[in-house]
Ligand binder design. Structure first.
Ligand code: OAD
Length: 236
């Protein structure tokens, strides 16, 4: 813990990659693990373009349910610690796989949502994208002004990441002196590859997680515990 504190203090450039674990203490379910969403639901039925083409109502009902859960969630001490860290470091990039928007709600500014946002909706015909925070949605599936069906503005399995956002994420990983890997199982690529990019570019990679992951062996420092407790301690 102490050595990581020193690295953070001295670094001029820090990047962090967060995953569902960061929002777990806000009451947002994670994807993997014993009570994870992918234990109860099949990703193939809900989070792929094929699933949406087959049954857009089913997919939207699931996202509408998740939007309702997320709407009740508040940022936790881990989100807030990352806001404080950003205020202290000359260059700070927060790359998140989370679609819940809790980092922005906490006050983080330089946030890259590499998997999109659950509050964005996009037309499958005219591609118009907008923010819709209504929950529950008044109509399922929701419709665009052009009459076509809207889809969640989320990156599904088998889809590419938004190009510009991804380029910025890669650049942040390449230039970071310290790279924080927080609350992610690091099994979903390409996001999980950012830690390797950072390491190969000379960053110290620090993982914060309640349990070891596939990457824990290959990083510089593993801190075991909930991010809502460890992050405030790290930057205190
Ligand atoms: P996962 O559910 O795969 O992993 C969550 C990680 O958080 C696990 O390693 C847990 O051990 C850890 N964890 C749980 N509670 C924690 C806590 N309080 N503090 C710290 N760590 C904790 O979630 P992601 O890695 O984010 O994709 O999953 C990656 C992607 O897979 C998601 O973005 C999502 C999913 O399919 C899309 O929605 C496109």
């Amino acid at each position: 813990m102490q050595v990581v504190r020193e690295w953070l203090k001295q670094a001029r450039s820090i990047a962090a990659l967060t995953g569902a674990g960061v929002s777990a203490e806000s009451g947002v379910p994670t994807f993997r693990g014993s009570s994870g969403l992918w234990k109860q639901y099949r990703a193939e039925d809900l989070a792929t373009p094929g699933a949406f083409a087959r049954d857009s109502r089913l997919v939207w009902e699931w996202y509408d349910w998740r939007r309702g859960l997320i709407a009740q969630a508040q940022p936790n001490a881990g989100h807030r610690a990352l806001v404080q860290l950003e205020e202290r470091v000359p260059s700070f990039t927060l790359i998140t796989q989370n679609v819940d928007g809790l980092h922005e709600l906490a006050g983080s500014r330089n946030v890259l949502e590499v998997h999109g946002s659950i509050w964005n909706v996009r037309c499958i015909s005219c591609a118009r994208e907008r923010v819709d925070r209504r929950t529950p949605l008044p109509e399922i599936p929701p419709k665009c002004d052009c009459g076509a069906v809207l889809r969640p503005g989320i990156v599904w399995f088998g889809e590419p990441l938004p190009q510009r956002v991804w380029q910025d994420a890669e650049a942040a990983a390449r230039t970071a002196e310290v790279f924080l890997l927080i609350g992610t199982s690091s099994v979903v690529y390409p996001a999980a590859g950012l830690a390797q990019i950072a390491k190969a570019s000379g960053a110290r990679v620090v993982e914060i997680n309640i349990a070891e992951t596939v990457l824990s062996e290959s990083i510089d420092e593993f801190l075991q515990g909930p991010s809502g407790e460890l992050l405030p301690q790290l930057i205190a």
